[in-house]
Design a protein around this ligand. Structure first.
Ligand SMILES: Nc1ncnc2c1ncn2[C@@H]1O[C@H](COP(=O)(O)OP(=O)(O)OP(=O)(O)O)[C@@H](O)[C@H]1O
Ligand SMILES: [Mg+2]
Length: 112
């Protein structure tokens, strides 16, 4: 299992979710976060307003997936979150040691 963390532009959330649904992703967590990349948050446009601050609003997705869905998930996020402009975001992949579905006690892939 891997934990895929994707930082995306907030307006892309629905598009990315729609791209992930057909893959058989069972769950997803989305959080509103603030961050900056190489441009240090400058000269980026967010919803028409230019921000001259260090932190820009982003959405963080956390998706726990079985190993056989990792590549497809990354590809789907890349395609659906892409605008070609700065600030499109990043994807980080972390080894996921354990997962537990609290209601049933299932673990591993069965818990996803
Ligand atoms: N090295 C990093 N570690 C943690 N979070 C990061 C890192 N780089 C970027 N992020 C997160 O991703 C968001 C988007 O980053 P961004 O796409 O601007 O990266 P970039 O390297 O500047 O690429 P680009 O030149 O395309 O803008 C940031 O606001 C931040 O939340
Ligand atoms: Mg950037």
């Amino acid at each position: 299992m891997k934990l895929i963390i994707a930082i995306i532009k907030p307006f892309k959330l629905d598009t990315v979710r729609e791209a992930l649904t057909p893959l058989g992703i069972q769950g997803l967590t989305a959080s509103e976060v603030k961050g900056f990349g190489r441009q240090k948050g400058q000269t980026e446009i967010y919803r028409g307003a230019e921000y001259h601050v260090s932190f820009l609003p982003k959405v963080k997705l956390e998706i726990a997936v079985p190993d056989n869905l990792v590549d497809q998930t990354i590809e789907a996020i890349c395609k659906s979150a892409h605008t070609g402009k700065i600030g499109d975001g990043k994807i980080f992949v972390i080894d996921l040691e354990k997962s537990v579905r609290i209601r049933t006690g299932e673990t591993g892939d069965d818990a996803l």
